[in-house]
Design a protein around this ligand. Structure first.
Ligand SMILES: C[S@@+](CC[C@H](N)C(=O)[O-])C[C@H]1O[C@@H](n2cnc3c(N)ncnc32)[C@H](O)[C@@H]1O
Length: 198
């Protein structure tokens, strides 16, 4: 059965409204941690100029395929098996990397691997867009984010909401420069970086 994420249904429109102008001059996007594939289908439908490359860990590939088969869109590519911790990432050439609600699932070690790999493996020095909750100055931005973080850590002590400045420092060390930090509903953010060269 096709997997379903209620949160994707709730946030897909506001994410689209924010990322569409950022992606208007781009042609290709790699999504990391595509999850169910719902975001990919919605964003590819509403941004037909983009080729949307889905990816996730092996356990989510079949579910993403089911969404893609039903949507029947020529501008979504079949999911790649991609765990940010894998030593060899597929060689890709895309204009942007998109990741939603995945950084807080990862350990800090995963996050470091993610940033070092996107700068090394993707040929075009792509822009990076990350959606999700962040802490600022070591503080939660809401009580609901604090409860969410406690819940995440009760499942996996290595996961949890990351601090914006620590993530941004890692981004800078990997040749990315923050262009924008958008406030989103439900205490989420969209962070947008470009490579320092571009
Ligand atoms: C909460 S889900 C978010 C899925 C989707 N992006 C969304 O917004 O609904 C987190 C996703 O991160 C993926 N993920 C977690 N750790 C990962 C890793 N090390 N490499 C790649 N994906 C990972 C999971 O497989 C899952 O699909």
């Amino acid at each position: 059965m096709k997997p379903f994420s209620e949160s994707c249904e709730q946030n897909k429109q506001v994410i689209l409204e924010t990322i569409k102008p950022l992606l208007q001059n781009y042609r290709s996007v790699l999504e990391i941690g595509s999850g169910t594939g719902q975001h990919a289908v919605y964003f590819a439908q509403h941004m037909p100029h983009l080729q949307w490359q889905t990816s996730d860990r092996q356990e989510n590939i079949e579910g993403i395929q089911l969404w893609l088969e039903e949507a029947h869109l020529s501008n979504i590519s079949s999911p790649l098996v991609l765990d940010v911790m894998q030593a060899e990432w597929p060689k890709l050439s895309v204009d942007a990397v998109f990741m939603a609600n995945t950084l807080h699932i990862m350990s800090w070690h995963d996050v470091e691997a993610f940033f070092s790999q996107i700068s090394k493996v993707l040929e075009k020095n792509p822009s990076l867009i990350i959606y999700g909750p962040f802490n600022y100055h070591g503080q939660y931005t809401s009580e609901s984010n604090q409860r969410f973080d406690q819940w995440l850590k009760s499942r996996d002590p290595n996961s949890g909401i990351k601090d914006f400045s620590e993530v941004n420092q890692l981004a800078e060390e990997n040749q990315l420069k923050l262009v924008a930090d958008y406030e989103m509903p439900a205490n989420n953010r969209i962070l947008y970086w470009k490579t320092k060269l571009s």
